[in-house]
Design a protein around this ligand. Structure first.
Ligand SMILES: Cc1cc2nc3c(=O)[nH]c(=O)nc-3n(C[C@H](O)[C@H](O)[C@H](O)COP(=O)(O)OP(=O)(O)OC[C@H]3O[C@@H](n4cnc5c(N)ncnc54)[C@H](O)[C@@H]3O)c2cc1C
Length: 553
């Protein structure tokens, strides 16, 4: 910004006095915003100097000045949270959609040169929208990777190269296109972007068998803070460690991940059993689930519980399961370990892995697989959304659960679910990747309020509700620090500002919540690979302030 202001000032007539020059300087820097046209022009000129691959302007650059409705359409296309799509939300000065990897490199070089603050978006599912909204620094520019979505599956090698702009649904589809017995352990919702998802760890229905998506990454291509294109060997093991769970938007721009495919059986079994509170008044079933979900139940079984409030305040508990095997074997497992659920043969459906993917993503299992390719067909509608997370290391006692349900039914737009840990998650050491929620974690809790309409009053009410719920849960979840999942980003935990020293101090609190002791290593790596903190947002990993650098190395 300063640099651009200086460039424009250099065209001022030479005859003006020093004082008027100074006045003009201050005026133009502090009051007159640099026109987005100038910013974009300079950026485009710079891009041309730094890439040999053409980028048709009408398909790659979007500004409100050129076409306001197209700009809004592009901005909102993958943005998942209406809470950040209001008129008052800060908007990018322009959006650039690279069509070649060299455009991403050039974007970093040019943003750095022109002093542009960049936000990077792959699938747009960030809970707090830090990929497409900057609350702390304006102006900013949005680099949208949605045109970089190529997927190459190599069944012989059990691997796939996937560009950051692809969705999980596309990854699943392309794997299933080539094999019925290969899969990838990734998320439940098919529209989530591969780019951001893996940077935060990435859990899904195969996590108890194979761990997180980030645990199954073989290689990556990334553009660093100098615009250099690196792979695993050239970035080094420190940076490769940091990008697999240390959160998005901190270390560089991931262009592609190389995924390790995992074996899946030809037949899986999925089921769903719904109970009302009246059917489980003493919460015996839920209590038993908490005691066995991470321990006794075999790794082949992923059994989550979703809590929902109907309009008449009726609460339902849905036990949703996926088993890597046939119905008969599942019935034996359930009879032995969890008869309280009352699972019957009729509740179970045998499916292929890709059909289980459809079911997890909320589609009917007989849907054409192509629904996985089109995010617009997803059953999950965009909402005004606020989410939070917790991890529990002890089962929550029945009286705690009862209070939790009492609070849950207070808010019609609320939803909650619990995800079982254990299995492979408990076998991977805490420091293997930045994702530290491993042995000892029995479950993760997700709290949300989702509303299809919004006014200031209901937003305040819902925000108050979710914070109160979070506060109510304090005695029942992890503490010192109270842990959270970075992919369920929650700015209530703390945010960065422009002051790097203050950031580092404040970030130690939320950093430990997301990453435990791994946070310190993340900061060291960040300081090494991006000392100027080029990649930054409200909750990016801060670089060490200069005063602390020498002492810490
Ligand atoms: C409806 C819904 C369902 C979800 N389901 C699951 C689930 O089943 N399992 C799970 O683990 N999580 C789930 N999530 C959370 C999701 O994993 C995170 O929000 C994730 O960060 C989204 O990635 P994205 O690319 O879609 O998001 P974006 O908003 O594009 O990016 C998220 C973050 O990553 C950064 N980033 C994006 N692209 C890149 C890149 N190429 N290089 C570096 N940084 C980048 C962004 O700057 C931002 O900080 C879900 C979220 C939603 C809204």
């Amino acid at each position: 910004m300063l640099l651009i202001a200086e460039m424009r000032l250099s065209k001022s007539p030479p005859s003006i006095s020093y004082i008027s020059f100074l006045a003009l300087y201050i005026f133009s820097y502090t009051i007159t915003p640099v026109s987005s046209n100038y910013l974009q022009e300079d950026f485009i000129k710079c891009l041309h100097r730094n890439t040999h691959v053409n980028f048709p302007l009408e398909k790659t650059f979007f500004t409100p000045e050129k076409n306001a409705s197209t700009f809004i359409n592009v901005l909102e296309a993958t943005a998942q949270n209406y809470r950040f799509l209001t008129k008052a939300t800060p908007k990018p000065t322009f959006i650039f959609k690279p069509v070649h990897e060299s455009h991403v490199q050039a974007s970093v070089i040019c943003s750095k040169k022109l002093g542009i603050h960049l936000r990077v978006r792959s699938g747009g599912h960030d809970f707090e929208a830090v990929s497409y909204v900057s609350q702390i620094e304006t102006p900013f520019v949005l680099l949208d990777l949605s045109k970089l979505r190529q997927i190459n599956v190599d069944i012989e090698e059990n691997s796939a190269w996937v560009q950051a702009g692809a969705t999980l649904g596309e990854v699943y589809y392309r794997i299933a296109e080539k094999s019925k017995i290969h899969g990838f352990p990734a998320g439940l919702c098919s529209t989530v972007g591969v780019g951001g998802y893996i940077t935060g760890g990435g859990y899904g229905a195969l996590m108890r068998k194979y761990g997180l998506a980030a645990d199954n990454v073989l290689d990556a291509k990334i553009v660093d803070a100098n615009g250099k294109l690196l792979d695993r060997s050239s970035m080094g093991e420190d940076m490769f460690w940091a990008i697999r769970g240390g959160g998005g938007g901190s270390f560089g721009i991931i262009l592609a991940w190389k995924l390790k495919l995992v074996p899946v059986p030809e037949t899986l079994t999925i089921f769903s059993v719904t109970k009302t509170l009246e059917q489980d008044p003493d919460l015996k079933t839920l209590s038993k689930w908490q005691h066995i979900a991470d321990k006794l139940l075999v790794e082949d079984l992923f059994l989550r519980v979703m809590f929902r409030v109907a309009g008449d305040k009726t609460l339902t508990l849905e036990y949703k399961g996926q088993f890597l095997g046939e119905k008969g074997t599942l019935m034996e497992v359930m009879k032995k370990y969890f008869p309280e659920l009352g699972l019957t043969q009729e509740d179970c459906i045998e499916v292929s892995w890709i059909e289980s993917v459809l079911a997890n993503a909320g589609f009917p299992i007989d849907s054409p697989l192509e629904v996985l390719l089109d995010p617009k067909l997803s059953p999950y509608v965009k909402v005004y959304f606020k989410g939070k997370s917790d991890f529990a290391t002890e089962p929550i006692p029945p009286f705690g659960l009862k209070g939790m349900f009492k609070k849950l039914v207070e808010e019609n737009t609320s939803s909650m679910f619990m995800i079982p840990y254990g299995g492979m998650m408990a076998k991977i050491p805490e420091s293997e990747t930045p994702f530290a929620h491993r042995k000892g974690t029995i479950l993760k809790i997700h709290y949300a309020t989702n509303s299809t309409s919004e006014d200031g009053i209901s937003l305040n009410k819902r925000t108050k509700w979710i914070r109160e719920m979070y506060s109510y849960m304090t005695p029942y979840v992890s503490s010192n620090p109270r842990l959270a999942y970075v992919n369920y980003r929650d700015l209530d935990l703390g945010t960065n500002t422009k002051d790097s020293k203050a950031n580092f101090i404040k970030a130690q609190t939320w950093g430990a919540q997301y990453f435990k002791n791994n946070f310190n290593r993340l900061v060291k790596i960040k300081t090494k690979v991006d000392p100027e903190n080029f990649f930054r947002h409200e909750q990016s990993i801060p670089s060490l302030p200069f005063s602390k650098r020498l002492r810490s190395w």
